[in-house]
Design a protein around this ligand. Structure first.
Ligand code: DAH
Length: 342
């Protein structure tokens, strides 16, 4: 009967010695020792052949073997599963990837770029000036000294108590800087942000954008101004656009005019946008006042020129039929993503 004990001890030795290194060999181990047709089950079968007094010792030996095999199996199983868990990426490599949202260009930038493009075709260059201005460039040099009633046309944010430093109320201030620093011929486009102390509504904001144009040379006439504006509106709003000049007043131009375009939304038949008039206003313009030239040390007997100013929000609202100015400043992607740069 010693044979049966020897066989069992041999199995115990193997159970202890064998060292599965991965999940697969561990499964082989389980089948070999602990499976329903495994060696341990087989050994239990030998029990019946033993005389009664040896059964107890054999039974204990069996339990030792079974326990050793089970413990080893459980320990390695935990180890392999743990390490498999670590090695497994915590994301699904086959899942479709996240796409990064690409921002869209702001409609104000789109319009600004288009205006620049149109004017650059006829020789205009681009310049910018400071948003924090002094009284001279924003008002006085533009024919609007401190006591001038035209100052009331624009509600100014003053920065200093002496009212000498302010947030520019229009881009016309950049005209002065250009005339002071350069000699004609000047053909310059000056886009930028301006500020006015106005109550925010669908039609007004305390900050918005303008683009200023300036053309100074010998012999520049109002006809040049008209043709330039005509060229611009046709490029911007379509080749069938008509143009109209209404006499107006600005302290820095003489004569001055406001420019209207035929309402391309209703084909001049009359709609809410043009308030049934068939015309919509897009900006102001005029011949540069000789006094303004003198303020910048340019000789008005030698030179003449025209200037114009347009609201970029206004042009954008007309072009894309946007009815609330505040949309431009809210940065809501659902709004901003609707505009594609041409
Ligand atoms: N600066 C004027 C405004 O903000 C617009 C303007 C009108 C600009 C006539 C000009 C001009 O250059 O000639 O309302």
């Amino acid at each position: 009967m010693q044979e049966i004990f020897d066989k069992a001890n041999e199995v115990l030795r193997q159970v202890q010695a064998e060292a599965p290194t991965d999940k697969e060999s561990l499964e082989q181990y389980r089948i070999k020792y602990l499976g329903t047709k495994g060696l341990i089950k087989d050994l239990f079968g030998g029990m019946g052949k033993l005389p009664g007094d040896q059964k107890k010792d054999y039974g204990q030996l069996m339990n030792t073997i079974k326990q050793a095999a089970e413990e080893k199996y459980e320990a390695l199983k935990a180890q392999f599963e743990g390490s498999a868990e670590d090695a497994k990426p915590d994301f699904d490599l086959t899942a479709p990837g996240y796409t990064n949202e690409i921002g869209a260009r702001h409609p104000i930038s789109i319009t600004k770029n288009r205006i620049i493009e149109i004017f650059s075709c006829i020789g205009f260059t681009v310049a910018e000036g400071p948003e924090i201005e002094d009284d001279w460039h924003n008002f006085t040099a533009l024919g609007t000294p401190k006591d001038h009633p035209a100052r009331d046309m624009q509600d100014t944010f003053y920065i200093t108590v002496d009212k000498n430093t302010l947030l520019r109320t229009h881009t016309s201030s950049v005209q002065i800087r250009m005339m002071e620093s350069q000699q004609p011929p000047l053909r310059i486009l000056m886009p930028g942000r301006v500020y006015r102390n106005e109550t925010i509504s669908a039609r007004a904001h305390c900050t918005f954008h303008q683009v200023e144009g300036l053309y100074i040379d010998e012999g520049v006439s109002f006809a040049d101004l008209k043709q330039t504006m005509f060229y611009f509106v046709r490029e911007m709003f379509g080749q069938n656009t008509e143009i109209r000049f209404r006499p107006s007043f600005f302290p820095f131009t003489e004569p001055s005019a406001e420019v209207d375009i035929s309402c391309f939304i209703c084909g001049s038949k009359g709609c809410a946008v043009c308030k049934q008039s068939g015309w919509v206003e897009i900006g102001g313009c005029g011949m540069v006042d000789p006094v303004v030239m003198e303020n910048c040390n340019l000789d008005p007997k030698k030179y003449s020129g025209f200037a114009f100013g347009m609201g970029i929000e206004r042009v954008t609202m007309l072009k894309y039929q946007i009815n609330d100015l505040r949309l431009f400043f809210e940065n809501d992607l659902r709004f901003l993503k609707q505009f594609q740069q041409a």
